[in-house]
Design a protein around this ligand. Structure first.
Ligand SMILES: Nc1ncnc2c1ncn2[C@@H]1O[C@H](COP(=O)(O)OP(=O)(O)OP(=O)(O)O)[C@@H](O)[C@H]1O
Ligand SMILES: [Mg+2]
Length: 130
């Protein structure tokens, strides 16, 4: 369960996230809607630890994520897929996927391979281009 309470994030003096409350239960899909530039990406970056919140709480299964490093948050299993293509163009599809999983230190080799197979199952065209 992801719980966000009274979250505020600034870029300098710009007050972007102004008191967001949100909960996402296991298996639930939550959409965040708003006009361009309103702060949707900033909210996700704050959850992922790319941007620090000024105030508020972000809890994953009751434990605070706010204040943790982006790496520690990723290791807790919180992923952020940016809308632009943050890939390494010099690497293969397979290598890009492996790199994305390399942060998950708590996963064994077989589990990481299984996660990639799962991705190829969901996106068969990706497998063709592995
Ligand atoms: N690194 C930054 N430094 C300063 N201001 C920023 C930064 N990134 C975004 N902003 C500003 O913060 C506001 C929120 O941007 P954000 O990208 O979160 O909006 P968004 O809702 O995701 O927009 P879009 O619908 O275009 O994706 C915008 O006014 C944007 O110009
Ligand atoms: Mg955005």
């Amino acid at each position: 369960m992801l719980e966000i309470c009274a979250l505020h994030t600034y870029y300098g003096l710009s007050h972007i996230i102004q008191g967001v409350d949100l909960t996402a239960a296991p298996g639930e899909v939550v959409g965040i809607f708003g006009r361009n530039g309103v702060g949707k990406t900033t909210l996700l970056k704050t959850i992922a630890g790319w941007v620090r919140p000024a105030y508020g709480e972000i809890l994953l299964d009751g434990e605070a994520l706010d204040g943790a490093s982006a790496e520690a948050i990723a290791n807790r299993g919180v992923g952020f897929v940016p809308e632009d293509r943050r890939i390494f163009p010099g690497l293969t599809v397979q290598e890009n996927l492996e790199l994305g999983l390399s942060l998950r230190k708590n996963r064994g080799r077989a589990e990481r391979r299984g996660a990639i197979e799962d991705m190829f199952g969901r996106f068969p065209r990706l497998r063709e281009r592995r």
